[in-house]
Design a binder for this molecule. Structure first.
Ligand SMILES: Cc1cc2nc3c(=O)[nH]c(=O)nc-3n(C[C@H](O)[C@H](O)[C@H](O)COP(=O)(O)OP(=O)(O)OC[C@H]3O[C@@H](n4cnc5c(N)ncnc54)[C@H](O)[C@@H]3O)c2cc1C
Ligand code: SF4
Length: 316
């Protein structure tokens, strides 16, 4: 691990100022992803800003009947929150499908959104990887691709986003609230928060350098049956091959986002008009532009079957 300097910020303003003064700095929250990446020298911040002392650990109702989740709310606490379990059960279910109890106790809402891909070549500094080192090439293309993306991929990168929580937030139309180093605030729809790889797979989100996430807001509860179904190689402690986050209404309409298939939680609102026709119609509209490899084309059928299972469960 490379040497770095360290400070604790106790307010959002102090974190923003520290980020403005240190262009190479990274914020550290639970540290469950960042520290692993620093040990491998994939992340090389010269300065760490520890944000754990900032009071962003609460979950509160908003004036319009929605919910505001502080950036530092731990995944365990968010999953167990009474309001979340009652009104946003999808989110609670997605969270408990992720990682392990110990990791969820440390992992935060903001850190979970910003965790980096699990592409094995990204984690191997001996292999070319456009995401780790722009312009070096993509070892996955032509390599082992079973876990990797099938839709929204590019010739530069076919990685997936690994978060379960983010898939549920995409189905629930969350907004990500931030503060820039100059103090300007903004709210970014989750649909625009994560990027597709294109020619610049190292740029993964809409965040600007030093921009700090303060929280995530959810709109007023949408009701419906809320189901998160994660398919993986092991029954626990594994990332999704495919996951489906769905809110299904009594009339058969609904919101469906899919994880494990793209560089971001994958949702195509126009495809949801196909939902009442069934899983096959929905999946073929959702994955119409898929470009799978020989090794991961099974994800197309798996997505259809997982949506089918979710629809059956919703019908009871
Ligand atoms: C073995 C293992 C298994 C896992 N399995 C799963 C799984 O099945 N599903 C799943 O979804 N996840 C899984 N995870 C990932 C885990 O959920 C993430 O590591 C965790 O959510 C990251 O949160 P954190 O607070 O620890 O982030 P950190 O590691 O502290 O930070 C991650 C990134 O976010 C940035 N950051 C943190 N807070 C802020 C902020 N407020 N504003 C701006 N930037 C910020 C940091 O600078 C860093 O770049 C697994 C992790 C491990 C190690
Ligand atoms: S798929 Fe993306 S993360 Fe994986 S090796 Fe290629 S460029 Fe790197």
């Amino acid at each position: 691990m490379r040497a770095f300097t360290y400070e604790r910020a106790s307010t959002v303003e102090a974190a923003a100022t520290a980020a403005a003064q240190n262009p190479d700095a990274k914020f550290i929250a639970g540290g469950t992803n960042l520290l692993d990446l620093m040990k491998l020298e994939i992340e090389k911040p010269s300065h760490l800003i520890d944000v754990n002392g900032i009071s962003l650990g609460s979950i509160e109702k908003t004036q319009d009947g929605g919910l505001r989740i502080g950036a530092l709310v731990r995944n365990t606490d968010l999953a167990a929150d009474e309001t979340v379990r009652r009104d946003y059960a999808l989110l609670s279910r997605a969270l408990v499908a992720g990682a392990s109890g110990q990791l969820r106790n440390k992992a935060t809402t903001a850190g979970n959104l910003l965790q980096r891909t699990r592409c094995p070549y990204f984690y191997d500094p001996n292999q070319p990887c456009n995401k780790r080192q722009p312009g070096s090439g993509c070892s996955a293309i032509g390599g082992v691709t079973r876990q990797l993306g099938v839709v929204g991929v590019s010739d530069a990168c076919i990685a997936t986003h690994p978060s379960d929580m983010a898939v549920a937030m995409r189905a629930l139309d969350a907004m990500v609230e931030t503060v820039k180093p100059d103090g300007a605030k903004r709210a970014i729809p989750i649909a625009d928060f994560h990027r597709l790889p294109g020619d610049t797979p190292h740029i993964e989100t809409a965040l600007e350098r030093g921009e700090f996430i303060t929280g995530v807001t959810l709109p007023a509860p949408v009701g419906g049956k809320q189901i998160y179904r994660k398919v993986r190689d092991r029954a626990s402690y594994a990332f999704a091959l495919v996951s489906v986050a769905a809110v299904i209404q009594p009339d058969g309409s609904g919101n469906v986002a899919v994880g494990g298939v793209a560089h971001k939680p994958w949702r195509v609102e126009a495809a949801e008009t196909e939902l009442p026709k069934g899983a096959r119609a929905m999946a073929s509209a959702l994955l119409a532009d898929a470009r799978p490899t020989e090794q991961n084309k099974f994800k197309i059928r798996l997505t259809e079957r997982t949506i089918g299972a979710v629809l059956s469960e919703a019908r009871g």
